[in-house]
Design a protein around this ligand. Structure first.
Ligand code: C6P
Length: 422
């Protein structure tokens, strides 16, 4: 794995002593009972749980610092503005950005990608231009480009996925041409768990002068991601998938790109001077943050980053990899199971079907045993169509999950078979 390999080598992390129990007590919700059973939370790709430090930081912010940012000349205004801008710096440091000016707070990954489609795409895309996506994209990295293509006459091209759920590189090479204006691709698939070889994709794109947007919704929360090392042009992720609150996310982009982009929304804060008929724009990143932002969300996200840094992202990743290998081994032993995605480099997301038990029935049954998984198309309908299935059940892990939870989950899968008469 590109970034991880380097970090593991340089940091020499020993995972044998990693004990998730050390951290589970930091998450009040993990002590919940569901239908009288201890909660087993395996829906982390949808959203992660929050440690007390994040919950308390948000509460403290509202108790002691709440005010609007960049506007008020009073003590609380100073506190709120400082907390918000410190959060921006923290995010920049976390993903290795050169400057906090490159960090735009959004509502999440979805809004970050829409911002690029509107602010960059509408300005620079023309009829006949091509955007390369993959067939394994989440709807959030598909629909904004469909809309842009309709508006501009640009064309979408798709890198197929292989039977293993990996990028078909020979086809990707053929798709790259003088017409390509952007590649927008997921770093880690929320269905297959595949970690795409992004560094290679970016270097191939840059050889032809093509910028790359990374949908990092599933990677930034689970892997060490460094934007300078990857040299990506845009990167989008969500706070709620990395222990932060919902409603806060991030768009990173290279400064010169941001400076040349059009604003996304108009309103307060994003302006410099305003006349009745005209206006000039604020500096980046504020040019892209119209209206009162999600201040408490940014502060909560910063607390989540502190928590990750305390544990160490490389340790978290390695533990998740160990859990995933363990789960894949145990699940593969179940007769009649189909697991979708067999990439050599993958994260802790396992999509599967068991015989012809409908994923909704499976999810309902698991829920009765206290196990939370996701069932459905996972906002990736084109994947389901290509696989010719309606849906899958998906288990997704985080560093606070344990091997005994996986044992229990596998046991419940086996019991589901007999419950459904197999
Ligand atoms: N995937 C899942 O259960 P938002 O909703 O903006 O925070 O993230 C959107 C998104 C974009 N890209 C990828 C790869 C994603 O996995 C997600 C969110 C969740 O798989 C909810 S649909």
């Amino acid at each position: 794995m590109e970034t991880l390999e380097i970090l593991v080598k340089t940091q020499k992390i020993d995972i044998s002593s990693f004990d998730p129990e050390t951290y589970r007590k930091d998450f009040p919700i993990l002590g919940e009972k569901v239908h009288g059973k201890p909660l087993v939370y395996f829906d982390n790709a949808a959203t992660t749980q929050k440690p007390s430090s994040v919950i308390d930081t948000i509460s403290d912010y509202y108790r002691h610092s709440n005010a609007n940012v960049h506007r008020a000349i009073h003590e609380l205004g100073d506190r709120a503005t400082t907390a918000f801008e410190e959060a921006r710096k923290k995010v920049a440091g976390f993903i290795g950005a050169k400057s906090e000016r490159q960090i735009i707070f959004t509502r999440g990954t979805t809004e970050a990608i829409n911002l690029v489609a509107a602010g960059w795409g509408r300005k620079f895309m023309e009829e006949g231009d091509e955007i390369i996506l993959s067939e394994m994209e989440h709807h959030s990295n598909l629909i904004p480009w469909q809309i842009l293509a309709r508006e501009t006459g640009a064309r979408l091209r798709f890198i197929p996925f292989t039977d293993e759920g990996t990028i078909d590189f020979p086809v990707f090479e053929q798709l790259l041409s003088g017409k390509t204006k952007l590649i927008a691709i997921t770093h880690m698939s929320n269905v297959f768990g595949t970690i795409n070889p992004i560094k290679r994709i970016i270097s191939m794109a840059h050889d032809r002068g093509v910028p790359v947007l990374l949908d990092a919704a599933q990677s930034v929360p689970h892997l060490p991601v460094d934007v300078e090392f990857l040299d990506c042009d845009f990167l989008a992720f969500s706070g709620h998938k990395m222990m932060g609150p919902t409603g806060i996310g991030v768009l990173y982009a290279k400064s010169r790109i941001l400076e040349n982009m059009n604003p996304y929304q108009g309103g307060g804060e994003m302006i410099n001077s305003v006349w009745l008929e005209n206006a000039t724009w604020n500096e980046i990143p504020h040019k892209f943050e119209a209206g009162t932002p999600n201040i408490a969300g940014a502060v909560g996200l910063a607390a989540a980053i502190d928590y990750i840094n305390k544990i160490g992202m490389v340790s978290m990743t390695l533990w998740e990899q160990e859990l995933t290998t363990y789960a894949l081994d145990k699940m593969s032993e179940i007769d009649g199971i189909t697991i979708y995605g067999h990439a050599p480099e993958r994260g802790g997301v396992i999509s599967f079907n068991l015989l012809d038990i409908h994923p909704h029935d499976m999810s309902h049954l698991l829920d009765q045993s206290g196990i939370a998984v996701r069932a459905g198309h996972h906002c990736a309908q084109p994947i389901m169509r290509k696989l010719d299935i309606a849906a899958t059940t998906r288990a997704s892990f985080y560093f606070y999950n344990t091997k005994s939870e996986i044992d229990y989950f596998v046991e419940q899968l086996k019991q589901a078979k007999s419950f459904f008469g197999y």
